[in-house]
Design a protein around this ligand. Structure first.
Ligand SMILES: Nc1ncnc2c1ncn2[C@@H]1O[C@H](COP(=O)(O)OP(=O)(O)OP(=O)(O)O)[C@@H](O)[C@H]1O
Length: 343
């Protein structure tokens, strides 16, 4: 979907009709099956959806980090504009140029910092390594750079902490270190995959504030993957709701969260305590969407949400619904959205 707010010419990232499939012993898994979105300069797009909807595979496709033995992008394009303003399709980039782009123009942070931090090197060495690699500084200058980055991400006594190992730090501190590493190259795009999910609420709020502050300083765009609508409200400018390998709704964050137009988004919001649109009361039972996410090995021709949707009619099961405009800068892949909104 083209993003009416950013306009294509200003997009840092433009994904069109992305399809990423895996060959497995149990058949072809269509994890991402025609995803399109834009992220403008300095903008945050949150991609939200239940487990298995294809959020992580979308980000791994952008980073060129798919499990190559089994997974591949079978269709679509991922157009990226780097720091120098050069535009290229990452689907066609060589492994060598993807390596250059990763960590210099696109960085990624994950839920579990221990998976990106090496336990046998000090955090100072690891941040310095990234600085040496991407900024070509001497080791001494890079060490100072590492201390500065630790200070920027709010780690107390950075001159001492720089010589510590990852296991000597708390989960929140490790997440700050990972952010320091990811941002040491001043990326154009940061992909954050559930970066605060494992943290308690207070630390989560601090990390989100930190990311927002650094985003303003660096001017980077963020693709933020989460299943937490509270986090979406906190960080996003725009939100894309994924279901069954597709984006089923997209729009600016206020529109989507206050006036969802796809039955799946409506169900997601109804399942958040305190946000239920109808009959909300203290102690109201949490609404859960009945049924499970569809099996990506068995894609049906119609809307992937139809089996769980109380608005579904035969036409929904026959063909994949087109994306239709449902509000200003808001669109949903649903032929029954007017009935859903009015319900
Ligand atoms: N390497 C792989 N081989 C086979 N199938 C895979 C592989 N990676 C992901 N999948 C499948 O692709 C689908 C989408 O997975 P993905 O990890 O993108 O979901 P997600 O929305 O990020 O979920 P979560 O929130 O749990 O991370 C799932 O059905 C998953 O089992």
């Amino acid at each position: 979907m083209t993003n009416p707010d950013t306009g294509d010419s200003h997009s840092v990232l433009r994904v069109r009709n992305l399809k990423t499939y895996f060959d497995t012993d149990r058949g072809l898994v269509k994890s991402v099956d025609g995803v399109s979105f834009d992220i403008g300069a300095g903008q945050t797009l949150a991609v939200v959806g239940e487990s298995g909807s294809g959020k992580s595979v979308t980000s791994l496709s952008i980073m060129g980090l798919l499990d190559k033995a089994h997974g591949r992008v079978v269709d679509g394009s991922i157009t990226f504009r780097d720091k120098k303003g050069s535009v290229q399709d990452l689907c066609k980039a060589s492994e060598a140029s993807m390596r250059k782009i990763r960590g210099s123009d696109i960085s990624m942070i994950f839920q579990e910092p221990m998976s990106s931090l090496n336990p046998v090197f000090t955090i100072g060495d690891q941040i310095a390594e990234a600085i040496i690699l991407h900024q070509g500084l001497s080791r001494a200058a890079a060490r100072n750079g590492a201390i500065e980055m630790l200070r920027i991400v709010g780690i107390p006594a950075p001159e001492k902490r720089v010589d510590q190992y990852p296991h000597q730090m708390s989960g929140g501190m490790r997440q700050r270190v990972m952010i320091a590493m990811a941002l040491s190259c001043r990326p154009t795009l940061l992909i954050a995959d559930e970066p605060t999910t494992a943290l308690d609420v207070t630390i989560q709020a601090q990390i989100l504030d930190l990311m927002k502050r650094l985003q303003q300083e660096i001017g980077m765009s963020i693709l933020f993957i989460t299943h937490d609508l509270g986090v979406v409200a906190e960080v996003a400018d725009r939100v894309a709701v994924m279901y069954g390998g597709l984006i089923v709704e997209e729009g600016d964050v206020v529109s989507v969260l206050t006036r969802p137009t796809h039955p799946y988004t409506i169900g997601l919001l109804d399942s958040v305590p305190g946000t239920r649109r109808r009959g909300d009361s203290v102690g109201a039972r949490l609404y859960a969407i009945p049924g499970n996410v569809p099996d990506p090995r068995r894609r049906t021709p119609g809307c992937p949400f139809a089996p769980r949707c109380s608005f579904a009619i035969d036409a929904c099961r026959a063909d994949l619904p087109p994306l239709v405009e449902t509000g200003t800068g808001q669109a949903a892949r649903c032929i029954r959205w007017q009935e859903a909104v009015a319900s």
